[in-house]
Write a protein that binds this ligand. Sequence first.
Ligand code: ZN
Length: 246
Amino acid sequence: MRYLIVSDIHANWEALQAVLDATAGQYDQILCCGDLVGYGADPNAVTDWARKNVHVIVRGNHDRASVGMEDLEWFNPVAKAAALWTQRELRPDNAAFIRNLPKGPCAVAGFQMVHGSPLDEDEYLVGAADAVAAFSYISARVTFFGHTHLQGGFIWNHSRIETVGKTGPQAARQLLDIDPDCLYLVNPGSVGQPRDGDARAAYVIYDPADQFLFYHRQPYDIAAAQGRIRQAGLPEPLAFRLAAGR
Ligand code: ZN
């Protein structure tokens, strides 16, 4: 079984379409580490697609915020404005679907998926110290996570932590060899709002039987996504940051 693993789509329909076009025929199932909506201008199109096509979706903090399950006091003004806009925009059936998304971790065929970290769906796994703490309570060989919008991850290699960086700017993909003696925390990166300095949409193709995992980056029509954000009246920084990949 081959999986297309995505995260943090954030209602960016143009980025999602580019990923789906680039990966057609390369996977059997799609999995998502959360944040379908929030920030971008197409929450209904993305949720309609997810309902039909994604096998497992772990809920993200922006999914909760977009259906009134989160105290927006902790959101910055731009994120709060986007969450309130998304609450108004989402059709009731899509809001109900998002409200019922499971909290991670979700087990899938020998690996697992979370939004933030295995213990706390809202925790940001950014550095090696965060990863050490997370590895201490996971047993699945591979855990996929999102939330930081940073492609890469961490390897627990005989009590040593190694950091996996994002795919280089000149490369379209990067192989991660899966060693059965190691544990892996893998962030596919963000489809709809990358923050690792690379504006291209990010995703992973994973085949647990063959033990191969590829990180990918895919260019998309950023100007079109920015146009949709401006047309919707969402805050300008949400359009600007897409081009910067920040
Ligand atoms: Zn997110």
